[in-house]
Write a protein that binds this ligand. Structure first.
Ligand SMILES: CC(C)(COP(=O)(O)OP(=O)(O)OC[C@H]1O[C@@H](n2cnc3c(N)ncnc32)[C@H](O)[C@@H]1OP(=O)(O)O)[C@@H](O)C(=O)NCCC(=O)NCCS
Length: 203
């Protein structure tokens, strides 16, 4: 089973190239310490709508540095999609390997006992990469990473806003099912969704 320290020491362990079907390619790889500037650019470019759907603690270089400094220090594994050629970051795919007590409590109410075999997932694509099937292309790679960390289920990190129709559809397409609903501090409805990871495809 992989560890965060191993991935930080050797990002190539999880690095893959993915063709987007339009002749362009992205590199799927762990975030590294050298990414702060490019990650800041990605965060800065996110539209107000994307920021509402995927809320971060900041959208600037200081916050990007925080995420880079957090590599292998906490429970988070952050993967990026980097446009081959330009090196521009066009996606941030986050996995949290530890569970938050509030998630445990909400899923408990839904009759689901979260365990150490669960992890949390939150994806964000650059605005110009949304709605083009990119999330669907790369999700199997995320599922594979989760399995390599010994996880057999994935829940949504902080749920998904009920009015985020594209994301809900995206998760359903990947096999997630809705198991509960809750209200955010600002009164917005959000859904909890969970995925039992299917067995890895045969090579
Ligand atoms: C959510 C996200 C990761 C999904 O990735 P994606 O590459 O855009 O998703 P895909 O294009 O692979 O799939 C989207 C699906 O939703 C459908 N869709 C698009 N807009 C839709 C809408 N308004 N209502 C319903 N379905 C919609 C698409 O047609 C597609 O389904 P299909 O393949 O059956 O046609 C990406 O859109 C994103 O980063 N959004 C902004 C941040 C965000 O919402 N993150 C999730 C936070 S929980």
């Amino acid at each position: 089973m992989l560890t965060l320290a191993e991935v930080a020491a050797e990002p190539a362990l999880l690095t893959r190239r993915v063709g987007l079907g339009d002749g362009t390619e992205v590199v799927f790889r762990p975030l590294t310490h050298a990414d702060a500037e490019r990650l800041a650019e990605f965060l800065r470019e996110l539209s107000p709508e994307s920021r509402r759907f995927s809320t971060f603690g900041g959208y600037d270089l200081a916050f990007a540095r925080e995420l880079c400094d957090a590599i292998a220090r906490y429970d988070k594994l952050r993967l990026v999609l980097e446009e081959a050629g330009s090196g521009r970051i066009v996606g941030l795919l986050e996995l949290a390997l530890d569970l938050h007590p509030s998630d445990i409590a909400r899923y408990h109410e839904a009759g689901i006992a979260l365990t150490a075999a669960d992890c949390r997932f939150g994806p964000t694509l650059a605005d110009d990469h949304q709605g083009r099937g990119v999330g669907t292309l790369v999700f199997p790679l995320v599922a594979d990473v989760a399995r390599r960390f010994g996880r057999t289920r994935i829940v949504l990190w902080g749920g998904v806003l009920a009015d985020n129709a594209r994301a809900v559809r995206f998760y359903e397409k990947q096999g997630f099912r809705t198991v509960g609903a809750f209200t955010e501090a600002d009164g917005t409805r959000a859904l909890d969704m969970i995925l039992d990871l299917p067995a890895p495809p045969d090579d």
